[in-house]
Ligand binder design. Structure first.
Ligand code: PRP
Length: 184
């Protein structure tokens, strides 16, 4: 374990199990709705590891994927309160069933900006999937999360895609960052 991590919140094994279950839940939902064509959009950069694992557990769907890059935190530990779209999706999304995949929903500002953008583009349906939800920090109301891995406490967590100042994304587990690292 990295010396900067005070506690492992979810081990690699726990993450793998939960991500597989989420993939099955998503597959079953679309099957039940008789939807067989889906565009899955990863919100970069944090969701990329979760996304890569998740889509390999979504079966029986004609699936395409794309990416949108959003940044709200810069290099600091606190959100700056607005989400900038740095790179938009390449695919046409009007009239398509779209599933957005995030690593974490915190204030909800990023996801709200993504939802607004996709609804304005005229998607046929829009569903939200996040690995982690931190509801205690929410600033945006009425954000409906359709698929969620874990509800997490208000701790500074990194790993499995989540960063602090660009670091720790490659950790195979999700852990709590030592306060001395970000309070320096
Ligand atoms: C992180 C995370 C989410 C967002 C959640 O992204 O990946 O996209 O913050 O926070 P919010 O609910 O308060 O908006 P960040 O802006 O740090 O960029 P990153 O994906 O490159 O890590």
């Amino acid at each position: 374990m990295s010396k900067d991590i005070s506690q492992v919140l979810y081990s690699a094994e726990e993450l793998a199990q939960r991500v597989e279950a989420l993939g099955k839940e998503i597959s079953e939902y679309y099957k039940k709705e008789h939807i067989n064509s889906l565009l899955v959009v990863s919100v970069l950069r944090g969701s990329v590891i979760f996304f890569s694992d998740l889509i390999r557990h979504i079966d029986d769907l004609d699936l395409e994927f794309d990416f949108i890059t959003i940044s709200s935190y810069g290099s600091s530990a606190e959100t700056c309160g607005k989400a900038d779209i740095l790179n938009d999706v390449a695919e046409k999304v009007a009239g398509r069933h779209v599933l957005i995949v995030e690593d974490i929903i915190d204030t909800g500002i990023t996801m709200a900006a993504v939802v607004e953008r996709f609804l304005a583009k005229g998607v046929k349906s829009l569903k939200l999937c996040t690995l982690l939800d931190k509801p205690v920090r929410r600033k945006v109301q009425n954000l409906k999360i359709d698929f969620c891995g874990f509800e997490v406490p208000d701790q500074f967590i990194v790993g499995y895609g989540l960063d602090y100042a660009g670091r720790y994304r490659q950790l195979p587990y999700i852990g709590v960052l030592e306060p001395s690292v970000y309070k320096k």
